[in-house]
Design a protein around this ligand. Sequence first.
Ligand code: PEP
Ligand code: MN
Length: 342
Amino acid sequence: MILILENLTTEDQIKHVLERVEKMGLQHHLSRGTFRTIVGIIGDESELNQSQLLSIPGVCQVVPVLPPYKLASLEAHPEPSVVDVSGVKIGGGSLGMIAGPCSVEEPERMDRIAASVCKAGANLYRGGAYKPRTSPYAFQGLGEDGLKILREVGDKYNMPIVTEITDPRNVELVTKYADMLQVGARNMQNFVLLTEVGKSERPVLLKRGMSATIIDLLMSAEYVLSQGNPNVVLCERGIKGFDAETRNLFDVAAVPVLKGLTHLPVIVDPSHATGKPALIPPCSLAGLAAGADGVHVEVHDCPEEAKSDGPQALLPAQYAELAEKMRGMAELLGKTISPLPA
Ligand code: PEP
Ligand code: MN
């Protein structure tokens, strides 16, 4: 941490700043320039309270040297992390291909969709049993019945399953069925939920909040990591934009930005980002080209009957066509689509 002092700081003020740093149990290094005096603080930064430092008379700027998302940062872990979801690897050159309907629906439909995405090459099956809906009157998900359906179908096709968790009280229940816990955009800053999934042993798919900055996303990941769960995959799923031509604004640059800041795998979700089937293939490929470790796509065999997000669903045949293109892109990038568990 570096403190930059105001231009006309008095000797008494400088002395007071140094005393405060010593009281915090840390060492200091004073450097007097022609125009500016700066104080370097040496020691454990976690002991420091940035706003307290900024309140010391004479201090005009506090510059942290290390990022506040310590465990998520590249400094902490220079090699890319690989997250293993019950045998399917995401990161470090292995791509996760998550596909399935928005909501878990009736068993026969879940089976048909799973058969098609599995055949196309997806390696993780998704579906929400607990749906975070804008309206309390909209379909809220099948709950535990939905978890049972998803588990059964996942087992039949040997695909690990990903499902959303919306309530910290449900962690134990959802963990009983799911291979990976999704924390959705609306809950990215539900700190109680993040803390609870951080205590679980399941990998976490953490989606970027629709108004969250990249640093906000990393700080949310830090909540999970700080509880002892190292298996976090980040997901760019679009942020609020001003143009209604797309459901959200697909921030593809967030992928390389994140790659420059964190070792955690990053995937993209062009379904929620664009909201339009026609835009999903080009944005999936753009995400991979930008360095994503996987692609998350919603697929439904009859979008007009879908319980949620029908208008953005790809049909099974469209997904198969996209998967073929993603294989080509993976090859071009020297990456492999993670095989199904042995
Ligand atoms: C979903 O995956 O169906 C979902 C609700 O996603 P998001 O949290 O990104 O809106
Ligand atoms: Mn959805």
